[in-house]
Design a protein around this ligand. Structure first.
Ligand code: NDP
Length: 292
């Protein structure tokens, strides 16, 4: 039997709808418009597309979008000065510096300079620590989107076996922390994991964040498991190219209980969660009730 396909596009539209409602409420009742500042250094084409989409969706939900597009030759000191200015701007509730930054700029230094309260990407070490100790944090957008879909699918995650393949700071590790916070039994697999297929086959929830096209095939999947495919890989397809995940969809869909497709699964959730995080940051800044 074929798995249920989790519709990330529809899910993300729903999240954006709730964000738009909350923004309208903040404007009407509190006279506050949440603002998201996005900083882009250089001309990386993929980053330009992401930044454009983020700006467009920010405006669509009724928030202020503040874009700073800086020349690739911008010095680290000038970028840090801009971040300082945004940290101190009361109209700006969220700050995101699009990665990668050019080689002459230390990305860690830039992330550390963003005020943790405005760190809507959740990459600041303070937010990493808060999440790891079960405290109120800003949570990285992609894993947050995955968690929302898993909660919708399962209700409670308590006691379920979750395997996260990948241990990056932006996806794998925060994903594992979120699953642990929801009382799943969590295993993190990576490039040195022994018998990785066997480890994956024990998972009620299998999250793939590897960056290897179609690595996880149907025979790695426990029958009925929920498979969340974070991977975005562009591979040749005849004369053109196509996007595939880290999961081999056609074989996994035959075994899983539910699965996210690529594209149209986790991808759309990332920006939706960025907008949700900006509203959360705005509410916290003003001591107002946060969205769930
Ligand atoms: P990284 O390259 O930072 O991390 C990949 C992880 O996968 C590492 O921990 C690595 O292990 C592990 N890995 C690599 N090869 C293997 C293997 N053969 N077996 C087991 N584990 C392996 O990637 P990211 O976490 O940044 O991204 C992962 C994927 O998610 C990419 O396809 C990326 O494009 C996509 N992505 C999608 C987003 C979205 O919005 N949907 C957002 C962010 C990322 P080790 O640590 O041992 O090297």
């Amino acid at each position: 039997m074929s798995a249920k396909i989790i519709d990330g596009k529809a899910f993300a539209a729903n999240v954006r709808g709730k964000v738009a409602d909350h923004v309208a409420h903040l404007k009407e009742v509190n006279g506050i418009t949440p603002g998201l500042a996005v900083v882009l250094v250089g001309e990386d084409p993929a980053s330009q597309v992401y930044v454009r989409n983020k700006g467009k969706q920010t405006v669509e939900v009724g928030m202020n979008s503040i874009e700073h597009k800086l020349d690739a030759s911008t010095s680290e000191a000038d970028l840090l000065a801009l971040i300082d200015q945004l940290n101190n701007d009361p109209e700006v509730h969220g700050i995101l510096c699009q990665l990668p930054v050019p080689d002459h700029i230390d990305a860690d230094k830039v992330l550390a300079a963003i005020s943790p309260a405005k760190d809507v990407d959740g990459f600041h070490i303070s937010n990493v620590g808060l999440l790891g100790t079960g405290q109120k944090a800003m949570v990285p957008c992609t894993p947050l989107g995955c968690l929302m879909m898993l909660r919708e699918e399962h209700g409670s995650l308590s006691g379920l076996n979750a395997v996260v393949v990948g241990r990056s700071n932006i996806v794998g590790k925060p994903m594992a922390q979120l699953l642990l916070r929801d009382s799943a039994t969590v295993t993190i697999a990576h490039s040195r994991t022994k018998d990785i297929e066997e480890v994956c086959r024990r998972a009620d929830i299998l999250v793939a964040a590897v960056g290897r096209p179609e690595m996880i095939t149907g025979d790695w999947v426990k029958p009925g498991a929920t498979v969340i495919d974070v991977g975005i890989n562009r591979i040749p397809n005849g004369e053109k190219t196509k996007l595939v995940g880290d999961v081999h969809f056609d074989s996994a869909v035959e075994v899983a209980g539910a699965i996210t497709p690529v594209p149209g699964g986790v991808g759309p959730m990332t920006i939706a969660c960025l907008l949700a995080n900006t509203v959360t940051a705005c509410c916290r800044a003003h001591g107002l009730e946060e969205p769930e």
